[in-house]
Design a protein around this ligand. Structure first.
Ligand code: OAD
Ligand code: ZN
Length: 258
């Protein structure tokens, strides 16, 4: 699979899609860089920024409890980058694959909801999202609109019932991911797993490909951690721009969308 010489990778990928009946996608931040949202570990990633402290602290639950203003300062900036975003070609390509019955689900580490915007239905947001927020002390919850108002009106949003810190429903380091069992089931049952735009550093997301029994196609430029990948499953790594690559793939498949 990975050692076929002089072959067009897009053609190989298209052939695998044609053969497959149960495709699953695991997506990461690289999927949305072409939409204008920075990733974490890419050359211009959020964790490359010089913040004076380890930038991974932005999403560290212990640090959040100590100094929530550090996260909120970043979060307000991040929410600005989400304004007027549009799904990329690759988001739409995977939505079209679901529509034609080939793709069974998307497991995403992203919180930008671009998959849903592209029309994807079965999306597991394993790192949560910004749809709601809750008080870490009394669990009172706020919907998206209310959360946005609170985030932009207070340096650190506080609960009006008990004064507790309000936290968006994003999964931080040190917290349990969501939909883990459903995601594991999707990967176990698929015959073709795509891993797109993830450095495969953060567990347990990076451990999901180990459960694959079919084939794996990774589309990711730059550093990609291969240490958690299964050794007994045919794996193809395409080191190209995600949208360029899926345009080339669809040239051989001809899904009609946009
Ligand atoms: P990373 O930022 O770790 O990895 C994104 C990968 O995508 C990098 O290897 C980039 O080089 C690559 N990439 C970016 N744009 C690309 C493009 N147009 N074409 C091809 N490759 C491209 O993002 P994740 O693996 O998603 O967690 O990070 C996992 C988790 O770490 C995130 O969900 C986040 C973070 O801490 C939380 O916030 C809880
Ligand atoms: Zn409260």
């Amino acid at each position: 699979f990975e050692k076929i010489p002089n072959c067009n990778l897009a053609q190989i990928c298209a052939d695998e899609i044609k053969k497959a009946n149960n495709i699953v996608l695991l997506s990461g931040a690289g999927m949305s860089t072409n939409a204008g949202i920075p990733d974490f570990r890419g050359p211009n990633g959020i964790y490359r920024r010089q913040l004076g402290v380890n930038p991974e602290r932005i999403f560290d639950i212990d640090y959040f409890l100590e100094d929530p203003s550090f996260f909120y300062k970043f979060h307000r900036e991040f929410l600005q980058t989400l304004k007027n975003i549009k799904p990329t070609y690759a988001h739409k390509f995977f939505a079209a694959l679901e529509k034609n019955g080939k793709l069974k689900g998307i497991i995403t580490q992203n919180i930008d909801s671009l998959h849903q915007m592209a029309g994807s239905k079965n999306v597991m947001e394993i790192h949560g999202g910004i749809w709601k927020s809750f008080c870490i002390d009394c669990n009172k919850t706020w919907d998206y609109e209310e959360s946005m108002k609170l985030v932009f009106s207070q340096e650190v949003p506080r609960c009006d019932r008990c004064g507790g810190i309000i936290k968006p429903d994003i999964v931080f380091f040190g917290e349990m991911v969501k939909h883990l069992e459903e995601s594991q089931k999707l990967v176990k049952e698929c015959d073709l797993l795509f891993v797109v735009g993830s450095s495969l550093v953060v567990t347990p997301a990076a451990l999901l490909p180990r459960l694959a029994r079919g084939k794996i196609i990774i589309v990711n430029k730059g550093e990609t951690n291969k240490s958690y990948l299964p050794s007994n499953i045919p794996t193809l790594h395409v080191e190209q721009d995600i949208d360029e690559f899926f345009k080339a793939v669809n040239y051989h498949i001809g899904l009609d969308f946009e």
